[in-house]
Ligand binder design. Structure first.
Ligand code: GLA
Length: 727
């Protein structure tokens, strides 16, 4: 049993293989967080209920007074904070009741423990593969005054070392109410001796890692762009100040959500830290009539005492096994070449078939036709929403093209941007009210496009029919689903005034609905998510698409920061990475860096030199040799490009430790500097043979003495791989 109730202490304990989490049902039904950290045998730890210094004149509960002082919600580790009822730190839940006030105070109202994990209606979440893999606690709380009922869901994946949390709010009263904010989790830690790790960025520079010391006040990352976005990822970790890749306590939080989010850490007057994560309360609201409920998205929580690298590996294994679904979760994905950087909008069937013919000779398995095949789209200013073939480019439509590509021995993939509409499109001329807009206010375009209001069922149905017609009538093996703008002037023509604030979340539910329909109607299609590169790289999208294009930036040196950051919580199997024709490094380094992801090409294969072709044939062979090792192996980040101005290094180790692949990239030339790198993750007792150098060393020597690089090429942008096999 990983979840246990202890009546002698009135505590609930949730254990994974790497952590313990203790909740206490306190007097008057207050639910308190007593502990989260490395595993403990104890079901209770004394003195954790109250923190002593008072902020100023914090109110106290009028009934509780036995501890020698009064009980103040403001100085208490509340498990899920209400609003305006004595706790002045970040509230998790604020409900405006029929009287118009927003005071929300939650007290224990029972609990239930059971094997398994329920899904969230209409939303993506992690799942159990086999009965008994997960155990769930439903903890009920009620506002004693209004009667609003809350269910806190906790699911423990014991052996994975993961816990998930989410929240349901139910209007069990007989009057309507409005949720003004609802976070998915709250956690009060007893100190603020942590660094916060988060991922920031922008288009072409997604998910750079930032690590800063926590300070008094509220800090964190958020999105109000309508999508999770390029600028911040819905991920946050707190690491002990001394924590490294290899050692130290680390708490990871990752929200399974693609919309506006908020991930905050508040360090209070007692030097304690409250972490909250969930839907961003700005421009959010949800109206609940009597009997209705609202589900907040799920947070995936990881704790480890073995460093930041171990936190990442726990996320990687868990997402590969408990988030990604369908055929391509385990089946080897075809090696693709994408037309975007090779041709942009300038292609026709003959050009694509020429790409396919040349790609086949290199060993590539699938051609993806990117943007530009539909409507009259010869540049990015028109035709989104008109998903019918431009026969000037593709005479006779898709079928003859796909037949020709298939005849060359390649599979065929296609690009869509389903949630978008160009003002210059037949769809917009027919339905000018179908885009996201506010009545009477001009809408701002971005990349010459508006966003389609997929919160509306009629709009979704139109787009679905168009997608279906293409996908059901053509032999399509892959879909790249793009999303190339953020949402402004957010509103839906169909929502009544009291529900206008539901728009952003309804939009995301509409997206999920479309994606779910695609994934379930066409289970064999490999689906890659994209948003101007990696602008929607989040766990919710991974529930529909096993891979996401990580960035439009394919420069291998700049990709290093992007891939190091992305790997904080997302596995290599999900990280779209291609070799392109950009000139900042040679093909060897471009291949070695892209090999850390889903791997593919994004170039005109007709223009390659013989030497480049030879290198690519070798990379194709490596892709097949190392597919499992990279996709399902354990990642060790050895030298981060953010912390070393000359090089980056990482390695993958197979789960049984029989094989490893080490990669070193020189980012700035190093002249004959001796270099010793300590490998990680090997079996210390095993002997490993290094293919490239024909040396045999013990795992212990490679990890403790390190590997001594003497003759490796160290010029600017050069790179080097070593393949190790248990001797
Ligand atoms: C986005 C994607 C690119 C490409 C273009 C097409 O920017 O990230 O890979 O598909 O759209 O317009």
């Amino acid at each position: 049993m990983s979840i246990t109730f202890h009546p002698e202490h009135n505590t609930l304990k949730l254990d994974t293989s790497r952590s313990s989490y203790i909740l206490k049902i306190y007097e008057q039904g207050y639910i308190l967080n007593i502990y989260y950290g490395a595993p403990l045998p104890d079901a209770y730890i004394p003195k954790r209920e109250q923190r002593y210094p008072n902020a100023s004149f914090s109110p106290s509960d009028p009934i509780i007074g036995e501890m020698g002082h009064r009980f103040r919600p403001d100085t208490t580790p509340l498990e899920y904070s209400g609003n305006g009822a004595g706790d002045f730190r970040q509230p998790c839940l604020a409900v405006r009741n029929a009287n118009g006030d927003t005071v929300t105070d939650l007290r224990y109202d029972g609990h239930k423990i059971y094997s398994g994990k329920p899904g969230i209606p209409g939303q993506p979440s992690t799942y159990e593969n086999t009965p008994g893999e997960a155990e769930t606690l439903e903890l009920y709380a009620k506002d004693p005054t209004t009667g609003i009922r809350v269910t806190l869901y906790y699911t423990v994946f014991e052996s994975a070392g993961v816990m998930t949390r989410r929240v349901r709010v139910e209007n069990t009263t007989d009057a309507a109410c409005d949720i003004e904010r609802v976070f998915s989790m709250c956690m009060d830690l007893p100190t603020m001796e942590y660094d916060m790790i988060s991922l920031w960025g922008r288009h072409n520079h997604e998910r750079y890692t930032q690590r800063v010391a926590l300070h008094h006040g509220v800090q964190g990352v958020e999105s109000r762009r309508g999508v999770s976005g390029h600028c911040y990822n819905p991920f946050m970790a707190l690491a002990e100040k001394t924590a490294t890749e290899e050692n130290g306590w680390v708490y990871g939080f990752n929200l399974v959500y693609s919309g506006n989010f908020s991930a905050l850490a508040e360090c209070d007057f007692n030097g304690c830290t409250r972490v909250t994560m969930g839907i961003n309360p700005v421009d959010f609201g949800w109206h609940l009539d009597p009997g209705e409920f609202f589900d907040a998205p799920e947070v995936v929580m990881v704790f480890t005492d073995a460093g930041i690298g171990e936190m990442s590996r726990i996320y990687h294994r868990f997402y590969n096994s408990n988030l990604i679904r369908g055929r391509w979760k385990t089946e080897k994905r075809p090696l693709l070449i994408n037309s975007w950087e090779a041709a942009y909008f300038d292609f026709d069937s003959d050009k694509l078939v020429a790409f396919a013919k040349e790609a086949k000779r290199l060993g590539i398995e699938m051609l993806v036709m990117d943007d530009g095949w539909f409507g009259v789209r010869n540049r990015d200013n028109c035709s989104l929403g008109d998903w019918y073939v431009n026969e000037d480019k593709l005479p006779g439509g898709l079928t003859p093209l796909i037949e020709r590509v298939n005849a060359e021995g390649l599979k065929f993939g296609i690009w869509f941007e389903p949630e978008m509409i160009s003002p210059d499109s037949d769809l917009f001329r027919a339905h000018p009210d179908w885009h996201v807009h506010v009545e009477g206010r001009p809408s701002m375009p971005a990349r010459w496009q508006y966003v389609l209001d997929v919160s509306r069922e009629d709009v979704r149905e139109n787009i679905w029919q168009q997608l279906y017609a293409i996908l059901a009538n053509n032999k399509i093996d892959y879909v790249k689903w793009d999303f190339n703008r953020n949402i402004s002037e957010a509103g839906s023509a169909l929502l009544p005034p009291e529900r206008k604030k539901e728009f952003f979340h309804r939009f995301i539910l509409g997206t999920y609905d479309l994606m779910n329909r695609l994934a379930t109607t066409f289970p064999d299609i490999l689906f890659e998510n994209c948003s101007g590169g990696g602008g929607r790289f989040d766990p919710a999208m991974l529930a529909y698409s096993p891979q996401i294009w990580a960035s439009d930036n394919t420069d291998p040196i700049e990709r290093l920061d992007i891939q190091f950051g992305t790997s904080m919580c997302y596995p290599a199997s999900t990280m779209g990475a291609h070799v392109s024709a950009n000139r900042r490094a040679g093909y060897v380094t471009k291949g070695n860096v892209a090999m850390w992801g889903t791997f593919g090409y994004e170039l005109d294969p007709v223009k390659l030199t013989d030497e480049e072709r030879e290198i690519i044939r070798g990379q194709v062979a490596d892709y097949h040799r190392w597919y499992d090792l990279i996709h399902y192996g354990d990642l060790y980040r050895l030298i981060s490009p953010a912390e070393n101005e000359r090089r980056a290094a990482w390695m993958f180790v197979s789960p049984d430790k029989s094989e490893a692949l080490f990669t070193l990239v020189t980012t700035r030339s190093v002249f004959r500097l001796p270099l010793i790198i300590k490998f990680r993750g090997l079996d210390p007792d095993a002997m490993y043979h290094i293919t490239e150098t024909d040396e045999t060393l013990s795992g212990a020597a490679l990890m403790n003495a390190g590997y001594w690089f003497i003759d490796v090429p160290m010029a600017d942008k050069e790179s080097y791989t070593l393949h190790l096999e248990r001797a």
